[in-house]
Design a protein around this ligand. Structure first.
Ligand SMILES: [Fe+2]
Length: 135
């Protein structure tokens, strides 16, 4: 079970709040995948994919705005990881949901774990260091 803890804080309040919300979305996805399959789940699956898609786009744009403000040194590779994640969500084949196949949501969850546990702690933490230097 995914759960926020303060070791993920980077020190920019707005971005930390957005990361907390991403944890919540992942938790919703975990709960969704724990429930046995059923037709009623299609709507929930669509809603979750749309939430991820909208929120992650907003969040990545927001972070990227800070890259320019703080003269971020690792711009290209960081943006590339954002693009790859966004592409994965856009590519989810929602037609599978109607066959009660949610395998792509399992993949999305695993990619989200990677985004949270690896991307935040490596790439986003570089922002944390820049904020420290600014103060
Ligand atoms: Fe990032």
């Amino acid at each position: 079970m995914i759960k926020w803890d303060d070791s993920f804080m980077i020190g920019i309040e707005t971005i930390d709040d957005q990361h907390k919300y991403l944890f919540e979305l992942c938790r919703k996805l975990e709960i969704f995948l724990e429930i046995p399959t059923g037709v009623y789940k299609v709507k929930d699956a669509l809603e979750l994919v749309c939430c991820f898609r909208t929120y992650i786009t907003f969040h990545f744009y927001y972070e990227e705005m800070y890259f320019h403000l703080l003269d971020y040194p690792d711009l290209a590779s960081h943006k590339l990881e954002h693009e790859e994640f966004k592409k994965h969500i856009v590519d989810v084949n929602i037609n599978n949901f109607y066959n009660e196949n949610y395998n792509e949501l399992k993949t999305l969850l695993n990619l989200s774990y990677d985004l949270i546990f690896n991307h935040i702690k490596s790439k986003d933490f570089k922002l944390k260091n820049l904020v420290k230097e600014e103060n």
